[in-house]
Write a protein that binds this ligand. Structure first.
Ligand code: PMP
Length: 361
């Protein structure tokens, strides 16, 4: 197949076409070096500039203050589930806000390392809501509070940033980072697997307040130690040079699009069109999330039967709309519409949904 399709995958996910085209142009010789970015030394001046470019790109887009470090790590967001408690939870209790499957995993991993407490969970009602602002009460002496700003599997998203006074706030932003502006000062640590909104898989972005580095536990292996990783500019060992290069290109593209405020407007418009198609289907399509918790990034919904969901996915794929099957743990349909996903693809899905409901109602 030479044509590109509309790829609704949850991650790895659609990349901006101009980024792929630029990478294609530069694949054999990066910055006139005569070598691919996958062939140059990570200790070379060229790679140093690539790493700096990726860091500055994120710093500028998100307005990351100078007392925060930006790290590019490996092991995915999943390793952060463990690294966070390994680095910080030697004493005290960490509090977790659980609004979906990924937060639950983060909690389970942390519980293997230290003492944890669930202060909010929407699991009993099927992970379809988030707490209203002010509902979650974080203990003043908690070691940190952890939440997941967007639950990729369940399709629920916080519409606000959780605040916890002087307690360090740790946030898994894997599936909504760079989709809108943030107040970074609210957070002690933000982490995100790159493969949705930032670039390819294989790199995890960690934004960490300097002061947290002083709290890092001693005796950790250096590849798991935030302080060592920061001291060595993310290069305690060989980093994922390709992913970091691609992150720099994605940041350039986001800047050209008008930055995160412009992305937020576009993302909201895309999601609104899709939710409107669900809401105006006379109950044929039923959204999973409560209206107030609907994700702008992952739109999850059901059809009347599982058989119809199977048919929907396979017919959609034949029509150039791929990756719509919900996560294997929850079923249903999930349309992931991150930054790089084009509005035209959302419109094509809405047309398909209307036609499918007419034919299969
Ligand atoms: N957190 C969230 C919110 C996610 O969506 C994912 C991946 N889909 C993860 C964590 C795990 O990421 P990784 O596969 O990079 O470990």
């Amino acid at each position: 197949m030479s044509e590109r399709i509309f790829n609704f995958s949850s991650g790895p996910a659609a990349m901006p076409l101009p980024v792929l085209e630029r990478a294609q142009r530069e694949i054999l010789s990066i910055y006139d070096s005569g070598m691919s970015v996958m062939e140059i030394s990570h200790r070379s001046k060229i790679f140093e500039s690539i790493l700096t470019k990726a860091e500055l790109g994120i710093r500028e887009l998100l307005g990351v203050p100078l007392d925060y470090r930006i790290l590019f790590l490996q092991g995915g967001a999943s390793l952060q589930f463990s690294m966070i408690p390994m680095n910080f939870l030697t004493n005290g209790i960490a509090e977790y806000v659980i609004t979906g499957s990924w937060g639950k995993k983060a909690l389970a991993e942390a519980a293997m390392v230290g003492r944890v407490n669930t202060i909010f969970s929407s699991e009993k009602s099927g992970f379809c809501s988030v707490p209203v602002a002010g509902e979650v009460l974080v203990s003043a002496d908690a070691t940190y509070v952890h939440y997941t700003s967007n639950e990729t599997i369940d399709g629920v998203q916080f519409g606000y940033e959780l605040r916890a006074g002087t307690v360090p706030v740790v946030c898994d932003m894997s599936s909504d980072i760079l989709s809108k502006p943030l107040e970074i000062e609210n957070y002690a640590l933000i982490y995100a697997g790159a493969q949705k909104n930032i670039g390819p898989s294989g790199a995890t972005v960690v934004i960490i307040r300097d002061e947290m580095l002083e709290r890092v536990a001693s005796g950790l292996p250096s590849v798991l130690d935030y302080r060592a990783l920061a001291l060595n500019n993310s290069m305690v060992n060989t980093p994922n040079t390709w992913a970091i290069y691609m992150i720099g290109l994605v940041c350039d593209w986001l800047g050209e699009q008008g930055g995160l405020a412009a992305m937020e407007i576009r993302n909201n418009e895309k999601a609104a069109v899709l939710y409107e198609a669900i809401d105006s289907s006379d109950g044929y399509y039923v959204g999973h999330a409560e209206t107030s918790a609907r994700s702008v990034m992952n739109v999850t919904f059901r059809l009347p039967t599982e058989e119809l969901e199977d048919k929907f996915c396979s017919e959609a794929t034949s029509n150039g709309l791929d990756g719509l099957r919900g996560h294997r743990s929850v079923g249903g349909i999930r349309a992931s519409i991150y930054n790089a996903f084009p509005r035209a693809g959302v419109d094509a899905l809405v047309d398909f949904m209307k036609d499918f409901a007419l034919r299969n109602g």
